[in-house]
Design a binder for this molecule. Structure first.
Ligand SMILES: Cc1cc2nc3c(=O)[nH]c(=O)nc-3n(C[C@H](O)[C@H](O)[C@H](O)COP(=O)(O)OP(=O)(O)OC[C@H]3O[C@@H](n4cnc5c(N)ncnc54)[C@H](O)[C@@H]3O)c2cc1C
Length: 388
C-alpha cells in the first residue's frame, strides 16, 4: 500500500538543503548565467552533502534514500532560487546502471558516483534528425572483438563537457532487421575522459538558458564491450525503466520553481506602489498569482502520489506523467504571473525574474515535451488509438 504524507515531509533534509542554498544567492546564479559558467561550487556542495548520491544504495556508498527524499532536495534547491538541473542527472542516470548493470559495473562505477569522484551527468539520447522518435535514432554501435565501434551524433546532451561518464543510447541491430522497433537499441557507459579526441568530439551548444547543452560527435569511437549496460539490444527497456523516476524528480524542480515565482510575485505585488497603492491590491494582479498557487498545490499533491506509488513498487506511469504535466504547467503559470507582476522590472536582470522565467520554460519541452505526455495519457490511460 502506498501512502502520502501531508505537510512538510523530510524537514531535516529541507533545512539542510536550504542552508546549502543560502551560500548560493541569486547573484551567484546571475553570474553563472551571464558567463555561461558551470556552477561547480554549488554542485560540489550538493555532492559533499551526499545529496547527488541520494538514490544510490548504502552498500555502494550512497544515502539509499527514497525517491521522494531526492525530489525534496531538488525542490528545495529550486525553491531557493538555485538551479539543481546543473547536476540532477547524477541522481537518476545512475538508475540504469543500478537496475541493469552487471555486478562488476556496479562495483566499478557506483561508489565513485556516490562520492562525487566520478561525474555521471550526461545522457545521450536525442539526435538532430530524429528528435522525439527515439527508436529511429541513427547512432550505430558495431561489435569489433571486445569493443563496440560507435558512429553517430547526439544533440542537446546536457553537461557532457562537465561529466566523466555519459550514458549513451545507440542502435546495435539495424531497424530493418528487428521485429519491434524498440528492439536492437543498446545502452553504453562511455568514459568521456578516455574517448575525447579519439573518435569523440563534444561542442558547446549556445542556448536560451545556461544548461551546458552540447552536441556530441562520434566517429569510430571505441567503447569496451564490458561497458554495455543491460545486454545488447535491450537498451530501450533500460532507458524506459528510468523514465518515471526522471519525471518525478524533474517535477519536484518545477514545484520548487513555482514556489520561488509565487513568493517573489507576492512580495513584489505587496511592496510596489503605483497609483498610491500596492499593485497587489488590484485583483488583476492578485488573481493570477493566487491561481498559480492553486495549480502548484494540485500538482504537488499529484506528485506526492506518483512518488509514493513509485516507492511502493506499484505501477506509476500514469501518475508520473500526469504529475510531470501538471507541475510543468504550474511552474510556467507561476513564471508568467511573476513576470507580469514585475512589469518592466521583470526584464531587468537584477530582479532575476527573466532568468528564472527562461529556465522554467524548459520543463514543457525537456526531458519530455507536453505533447508526448498527453499522447501517453491518451493512449495508455484512455485507450485511444496511437498517434505515432
Ligand atoms: C536545454 C535542453 C536540454 C536537453 N537535455 C537533453 C539531454 O541531456 N539528453 C538528451 O538526450 N536530450 C536532451 N534534450 C532534448 C529534449 O529531450 C528534446 O528536445 C525533446 O525531447 C523534444 O525533442 P526535439 O527537440 O527533437 O523535438 P521534436 O521531436 O522535433 O518535436 C518538436 C515538437 O513537435 C512535437 N511532436 C513531435 N512528434 C509529435 C507527435 N507524434 N504528436 C504530437 N506532437 C509531436 C513535440 O512535442 C515538440 O513540441 C534537451 C533539450 C533541451 C532544450
Amino acid at each position: 500500500m502506498a501512502s502520502v504524507e501531508l505537510g512538510e515531509d523530510y524537514p531535516e533534509i529541507r533545512e539542510s538543503v536550504r542552508r546549502i542554498c543560502a551560500d548560493f544567492p541569486n547573484e551567484y546564479w546571475r553570474k553563472m548565467d551571464e558567463t555561461e559558467a558551470y556552477p561547480k561550487e554549488f554542485v560540489d556542495a550538493l555532492t559533499k552533502a551526499g545529496y547527488l548520491g541520494a538514490l544510490i544504495p548504502e552498500e555502494y556508498g550512497g544515502a539509499g534514500l527514497p525517491l521522494r527524499a531526492a525530489g525534496v532536495v531538488l525542490e528545495e534547491c529550486h525553491g531557493a532560487g538555485c538551479y539543481a538541473a546543473a547536476a540532477h542527472a547524477q541522481m537518476y542516470t545512475m538508475g540504469s546502471v543500478l537496475r541493469h548493470g552487471s555486478p562488476e559495473q556496479k562495483q566499478k562505477y557506483l561508489p565513485g558516483i556516490a562520492s562525487g569522484k566520478l561525474r555521471l551527468q550526461a545522457f545521450g539520447v536525442t539526435e538532430p534528425t530524429t528528435g522525439t522518435d527515439t527508436t529511429k535514432l541513427k547512432t550505430r554501435a558495431v561489435r569489433d572483438g571486445d569493443h563496440y565501434v560507435i558512429t553517430g551524433q547526439k544533440v542537446w546532451t546536457s553537461r557532457a563537457l562537465h561529466s566523466d561518464l555519459m550514458l549513451l543510447l545507440a542502435r546495435t541491430t539495424p531497424l530493418d532487421q528487428v521485429k519491434k522497433k524498440t528492439e536492437g537499441l543498446s545502452v553504453f557507459l562511455v568514459d568521456i575522459r578516455e574517448c575525447l579526441g579519439k573518435g569523440l568530439e563534444i561542442r558547446p551548444l549556445k542556448a536560451m538558458i545556461n544548461h551546458h547543452a552540447t552536441e556530441v560527435f562520434m566517429d569510430g569511437m571505441r567503447v569496451p564491450a564490458a561497458n554495455l549496460v543491460g545486454g545488447e539490444g535491450k537498451g530501450f527497456r533500460c532507458i524506459l525503466d528510468g523514465m518515471n523516476a526522471e519525471r518525478i524528480l524533474v517535477s519536484h524542480e518545477s514545484i520548487g520553481d513555482a514556489r520561488w515565482f509565487i513568493r517573489s510575485a507576492s512580495k513584489y505585488a505587496t511592496e510596489r506602489v503605483v497609483f498610491d497603492r500596492p499593485i497587489g491590491q488590484n485583483q488583476g494582479i492578485q488573481f493570477p498569482i493566487a491561481r498559480a498557487y492553486a495549480s502548484m498545490q494540485g500538482a504537488e499533491m499529484m506528485l506526492r502520489k506518483a512518488a509514493a506509488l513509485f516507492q511502493a513498487g506499484l505501477p506509476c506511469g500514469e501518475d508520473a506523467n500526469v504529475a510531470k504535466l501538471l507541475a510543468s504547467e504550474a511552474s510556467w503559470e507561476a513564471a508568467e504571473a511573476c513576470m507580469q507582476t514585475h512589469g518592466g522590472f521583470g526584464y531587468a536582470r537584477e530582479y532575476h525574474v527573466e532568468r528564472r522565467w527562461r529556465e522554467a520554460r524548459i520543463s514543457r519541452i525537456a526531458p519530455i515535451s507536453t505533447n508526448l505526455i498527453l499522447a501517453y495519457i491518451a493512449e495508455h490511460v484512455l485507450d485511444m488509438p496511437r498517434s505515432y
